[in-house]
Design a protein around this ligand. Structure first.
Ligand SMILES: [Zn+2]
Length: 441
């Protein structure tokens, strides 16, 4: 029974009896007549006994993947059998093979291809449905089946864990008449857990951003898994800090330098705005040198050319003393902090770190500027975690990258209504590389 056409079609358990052209100029591919070629097909699904008595012949038309680019019209003529086993509750059954289970209208491989296109091929459900000629709910179910099969139930051990906030959807407010103010109704903040050292991408995403959210997710992991986490990279967020202290007491906390640099730049900008208003009595504008330099002031000196840097310092010195001096002090403090953070990954000696930290504190204290004192006290609060960054060079960039993937997937899908679907989709998208789907051809 096995002929070349059967081999070409490759549907296990079925043999091609005939291929008939569907007619001249028809876009649809040919009609393929199939017969059963597997003895197992007549085993009763309830008791497993082989049936011998035929009740009737039926024809099913399972949909399949295109053959050589053409969608074929499969017609499987199969038998309905009587099960004659005394104890068997089943009266009759139709033949079934692995690729075309009973009552299935799609072949297993078609369903799988539609699910794989979403999970590993970066398609949206709608596009995969169009490509495979299927409906949205069927592709969605195929994707869920595929994703739950390829994604591990429990995350593998992680050495460096990243925790970050993700905003899902947009917040909504309503006007509260009693308090005369806008009240938040939907604050869709989620917490994302990311494998920074390995290739597991997004490990989990939980609704809410409280301490309980973090400890709750970590509590679902095994003790061995929790013990294996050596470092946790977080934003400068006290909620995460206290949650990790309780849930992963052995892990060392690391804060990202990115947010520190942002804070330092904010301090510079605040000082500039405040002194401008105090001295000029209005906001800065064109013609005020400190306003014109606003972008250069927040750029790292290490990334500036000398031809920009030196005139900037000269210009600040030339400004009225009550404007130029505080701005320059803030800028210097910011640069001191950047110098300190630049030691990351360079395995600095303790004394070098201590020297640069002292220089920064000293500058902040000497300036007498409230903005710099606040910055210094933030650094002081987070010093153990900042030191961990300087010593390990671990950053939360992996989490931020995952956030970008989450947003891209959500935009492609025009948003998600079901958070569970979104979690599956982003987990598939962020693990594509480690699962080997992002290698160039
Ligand atoms: Zn039976």
């Amino acid at each position: 029974m096995v002929n070349n056409t059967t081999r070409l079609l490759g549907l296990e358990g079925l043999a091609v009896a005939d291929v008939v052209s569907a007619g001249e100029g028809v876009e649809q591919g040919p009609i393929v007549h199939l017969v059963t070629a597997d003895e197992q097909a007549r085993a009763c699904p309830a008791c497993g006994a082989f049936a011998v008595r035929v009740k009737e012949w039926v024809t099913t038309r399972p949909r399949d993947l295109p053959v050589a680019g053409r969608r074929c019209d499969l017609r499987w003529r199969k038998r309905r059998w009587y099960c004659d086993e005394q104890a068997c509750p089943r009266g009759t059954f139709t033949e079934h093979v692995a690729q075309v289970p009973a009552r299935a209208r799609l072949t297993r491989r078609l369903r799988q291809a539609a699910g794989t296109a979403v999970a590993d091929g970066g398609r949206t459900i709608v596009q995969s449905a169009r490509d495979h000629g299927m409906s949205w709910p069927v592709v969605s179910a195929a994707f869920t089946a595929h994703a739950t099969r390829v994604l591990p139930d429990q995350p593998a051990p992680v050495t460096v864990l990243g925790i970050d906030e993700i905003r899902r959807g947009r917040p909504r407010w309503t006007w509260d008449e009693t308090t005369d103010s806008w009240q938040t109704v939907v604050d869709r903040w989620h917490v994302g857990f990311v494998d920074i050292s390995g290739g597991q991408g997004l490990l989990g995403q939980v609704e809410g951003r409280t301490s309980a959210t973090v400890t709750g997710w970590l509590g679902q992991r095994s003790q061995t898994w929790r013990d294996g986490v050596a470092f946790v990279a977080i934003d400068m967020c006290t909620i995460f800090k206290s949650a990790i202290r309780t849930a992963l007491p052995q892990a060392r906390l690391v804060v990202d330098h990115f947010h520190l640099v942002q804070l330092a730049n904010q301090a510079v900008t605040e000082v500039r705005r405040r002194v401008t208003v105090q001295v000029r009595g209005r906001r800065g504008r064109k013609g005020n040198r400190e306003w014109e330099l606003r972008n250069r002031l927040t750029r790292s000196a290490a990334r500036m050319h000398g031809s920009q840097l030196d005139p900037m310092i000269d210009d600040l010195m030339a400004l009225p003393k009550r404007i130029g001096v505080p701005i320059l002090a803030a800028w210097n403090a910011k640069e001191d902090l950047l110098d300190l953070l630049a030691l990351a990954r360079a395995h600095p000696a303790r004394t070098v770190v201590a020297d640069r930290l002292f220089r920064f504190y000293d500058r902040c204290a000497a300036s007498g500027l409230p903005e710099l004192q606040r910055l210094a006290s933030t650094v002081e609060t987070w010093w153990p975690e900042i030191l961990a960054f300087i010593q390990t060079g671990i950053t939360n960039a992996g989490s931020e990258g995952t956030n970008r993937v989450i947003k891209t997937v959500a935009r492609d899908a025009y948003g998600f209504r079901n958070p569970e679907n979104q979690r599956l989709r982003t987990r598939c998208a962020t693990t594509r590389r480690s699962r080997g789907f992002l290698h160039p051809a």
